[in-house]
Design a protein around this ligand. Structure first.
Ligand code: FAD
Length: 501
């Protein structure tokens, strides 16, 4: 295990999609990051595939949306197949979501179907390029908060060693050691179903040609196929009935080959089983996402039934909120109290999305691509009642709107706190300049009526009156909105509330 610096600002445990996204976001904010991953490499066996619009907007900001899209299934494959077998000529094809090629008025970055094993290399390359250190084959065996920070014990294959960090984030999945050592318990229901996921190779491209889909549900309790590339790379999901010895089944290759052939309806299909994974459907949320200097994000903090495809996407949104808060605390712009809002904000969203996903179990198949665009923090509602309706009110994500010159208002100073003005900026720029330098805050002031960021569409969508200002947090959430007669006082108050100073 190679490690040059033993003390880090942040150690992330786990290089799944959430840990890697968090590493990228923290590096972008100038934070020193080390990621420790137990496996010798990235996921070979994808769980998540649906990358929602909210996550694609994050990847847009990070400059990797194109790379994620290039690793995804073509947009016309985003539909669902339901039949008696893969060769069932009478199978039903159900369209799952708006066609990304047609675009959406609500986002510049519609969702994509990108297998986790194809997404993670894109994220890992970008994280390394941004300066994060990633160590694979490094299993964290203990974390303990000390007077000076956190000690992290690591089994790096070549023996145990201890690293230290100011903060440790557990992105280490549902069985998180960070959560356990932090003494944080889970609330909810476990074991709502058991499945065997079989990764296999088979020449099925010609079989599905012309009716390619994302998921192929096979009737008769036979589970279904998930397309990785709609050609030779596939996943077969098999529901495990009560009393079946799942461990024996997962190692019984002839039986697995038989199950795949039967569900495909092709008795002679050449099947090569490459991996198997047993998984359990849980619907749980951690009681807190923080204990002192230990934080949780992703599946360590919430386990969401995959019905709806939200688990990873909620985790990616955790990362976006946690990254700006950690950076603000580490870099002295905010006190540690800011991190208490992390649990308050993200736990409420997780609880609502877990409940929503459980409710999806009996519904028609589909992708709720824009659901998470509507999530909000107090005083905004946590989840929209119906379809996503854009709004620029405090607690909501800044809505997408076209810039007059092309592009999206989401691109304006992405990743930084910013002040958007429905008019000239002089008065506001002066007010920002007068803030105490000790605030360590750089706050770009941007006009929405003139220059490169002008957007008549946002003025309309957000119903901004002339002179109104929007203070937007680094994670894209509207922190405050006002037509301030006295900008300095308003800014001091709004920034103080945003940073919990
Ligand atoms: C069948 C299925 C389909 C799904 N489809 C979707 C979908 O379409 N969209 C969606 O949003 N979500 C989906 N999900 C949920 C999604 O897979 C998870 O929410 C997502 O993988 C969580 O990411 P994560 O990074 O938090 O955790 P994980 O992906 O579980 O990654 C955790 C990482 O931490 C590492 N680790 C664990 N312990 C240690 C340790 N002690 N030391 C070092 N490293 C450690 C692990 O090796 C792993 O690499 C699906 C889940 C399943 C089962």
């Amino acid at each position: 295990m190679q490690e040059t610096t033993t003390h880090r600002e942040v150690i992330i445990v786990g290089a799944g999609p959430v840990g890697l996204t968090l590493a990228l976001l923290l590096r972008r904010a100038g934070v020193d990051v080390l990621v420790l991953e137990a496996h010798p490499g990235l996921s070979r066996h994808p769980k998540a595939r649906g990358v929602a619009a909210s996550s694609m907007e994050t990847y847009r900001g990070l400059g990797i949306e194109g790379a994620v899209r290039a690793a995804s299934l073509p947009s016309e494959h985003v539909r669902f197949f339901r039949g008696d077998s893969l060769v069932d000529a009478a199978a039903e094809l159900i369209t799952g979501a708006a066609d990304p090629a047609e675009g959406s008025a609500n986002t510049p970055s519609p969702g994509a179907l990108c297998s986790q094993d194809r997404l993670e290399p894109v994220l890992a390359d970008a994280a390394r390029a941004a300066g994060a250190d990633l160590i694979f084959g490094a299993r964290v065996t203990d974390v303990a908060e000390t007077e000076h920070g956190v000690e992290v014990s690591v089994d790096g294959g070549a023996g145990l060693r201890t690293l230290t960090a100011d903060w440790v984030v557990g992105c280490d999945g549902s069985r998180s050691i960070v959560r356990e050592r932090a003494g944080i318990s889970l609330s909810g229901d476990q074991d709502l179903g058991r499945f065997l996921s079989v990764r296999f190779r088979a020449p099925l491209g010609a079989t599905v040609r012309g009716r390619e889909a994302t998921s192929y549900f096979i009737s008769g309790g036979k589970g279904g196929f998930l397309a990785v590339d709609n050609d030779t790379e596939w996943i077969y999901q098999y529901p495990i009935a009560e009393g079946v010895d799942s461990e024996a089944l997962r190692h019984d290759v002839p039986r697995l080959v038989g199950l795949v052939r039967d569900a495909a309806g092709i008795p002679e299909l050449a099947v090569e089983i490459t991996d198997t994974m047993l998984w359990r459907m849980d619907a749980c949320v951690a009681d807190s996402f923080r204990a002192g200097r230990l934080l949780l994000a992703g599946d360590s903090a919430h386990q969401t039934p995959p019905t709806g495809g939200h688990g990873m996407n909620v985790g990616i949104a955790d990362a976006q909120t946690l990254a700006w808060q950690l950076a603000a605390v580490i870099q002295g712009r905010a006190g540690g109290a800011l991190l208490d809002t992390y649990t308050a904000e993200r736990r409420a969203v997780a609880v609502a999305v877990v409940a929503r996903s459980r409710g999806n179990a009996g519904r028609a198949y589909g992708i709720e691509d824009e659901l998470l665009l509507g999530t909000g923090y107090a005083p905004a509602p946590v989840l929209p009642e119906g379809a996503y309706a854009p709004a620029a009110t405090p607690g909501r994500r800044l809505p997408h709107a076209d810039l007059d010159g092309g592009g999206s208002v989401l691109d304006i100073e992405w990743g930084r706190a910013r002040l958007l003005i429905a008019g000239g900026v002089a008065r506001w720029a002066e007010a920002v300049g007068s803030l105490a330098p000790a605030s360590h805050l750089e706050l770009p002031v941007v006009s929405l009526t003139e220059g490169e960021w002008a957007s008549a569409a946002l003025l309309k969508r957000a119903e901004l009156a002339p002179g109104e200002a929007l203070l937007v947090r680094p994670d894209g959430v509207v922190a405050a909105r006002a037509a301030a007669a006295e900008p300095v006082g308003w800014l001091n108050q709004a920034l103080g509330a945003m940073l919990r100073r």
